[in-house]
Ligand binder design. Structure first.
Ligand code: A2P
Length: 219
């Protein structure tokens, strides 16, 4: 009935605890600041539709409280939302805290995000079709479960946050096809690889450990 429908949130996610929100936010800003000073980045600046300088800090807009979406439900209207909300694991883990491992940061002309490497336990909350639903990245269907897991750190003007996971899948699909990318340099945070078309991936030397609470987002 209508009451049941109302109890399904806009989306389910792990929400980073406030203590770590600032830390991840500032690591992301540091990365953007450093990236735009690199000659290799300047060389490919036109990918960002900018003729001269692009200030990445201005280019990307933050999107509120940092989180890793498991299932976009649209209050029950999205495909598979009801089934997801009723999963035993969703009920069991609702309100519980676990540690997310942020293993990479990535930038494209559309989004900036962090890749999240999920544990076996966290994968119990991952929808089986999350990767297959990415219609714009057909090759994503054959990527391992959880490949799409990410935190949106910012979006370019007019870009919806759903794009961040698609951008990540695009990079992972290239890797799976055997495209190594161009190793650009070893930064303090890790190694930076360029995949063409403005796609940059920084594999973190030390993954960032971010405690997060699994919950639903309403309003
Ligand atoms: P993300 O998880 O990359 O941040 P919106 O504000 O557009 O309604 O989206 C709410 C949240 O749900 C955002 O976190 C967004 O992206 C995610 N999201 C929106 N649409 C989808 C979708 N179709 N599939 C997966 N996640 C989505």
């Amino acid at each position: 009935g209508p009451l049941e429908e109302m109890s399904i949130p806009l989306f389910f996610a792990w929400f980073l605890l406030s203590s770590v929100q600032d830390k991840v936010g500032s690591t992301s800003l540091d990365f953007l600041k450093t990236l735009q000073t690199l000659e290799a980045f300047k060389k490919h600046m036109s990918d960002f539709k900018a003729e001269k300088e692009v200030d990445l800090e201005q280019y990307f807009e933050a999107k509120g409280v940092l989180h890793c979406t498991t299932k976009f439900c649209n209050y029950g209207k999205a495909e598979g939302a009801q089934e997801y909300a009723q999963k035993q694991a969703v009920k069991d883990f609702y309100g519980s805290t676990s540690e997310l491992s942020l293993s990479a940061l990535f930038v494209t002309p559309r989004t900036v995000g962090a890749r999240v490497s999920l544990t076996e336990e966290q994968l119990l909350l991952w929808p089986a079709d999350a990767e297959k639903e990415a219609e714009s990245v057909p090759a994503a269907a054959s990527l391992p479960l959880g490949s799409r897991a990410h935190i949106t750190l910012g979006c370019a003007e007019g870009v919806e946050p759903v794009q961040t996971g698609l951008d990540l899948l695009e990079i992972l699909a290239l890797q799976q096809e055997g495209q190594q990318g161009e190793l650009v340099e070893e930064m303090a945070l890790g190694s930076l690889t360029f995949y063409g078309k403005g796609r940059w991936l920084l594999s973190l030397r030390e993954p960032i450990c971010a405690p997060a609470c699994f919950s639903g987002y309403y309003t």
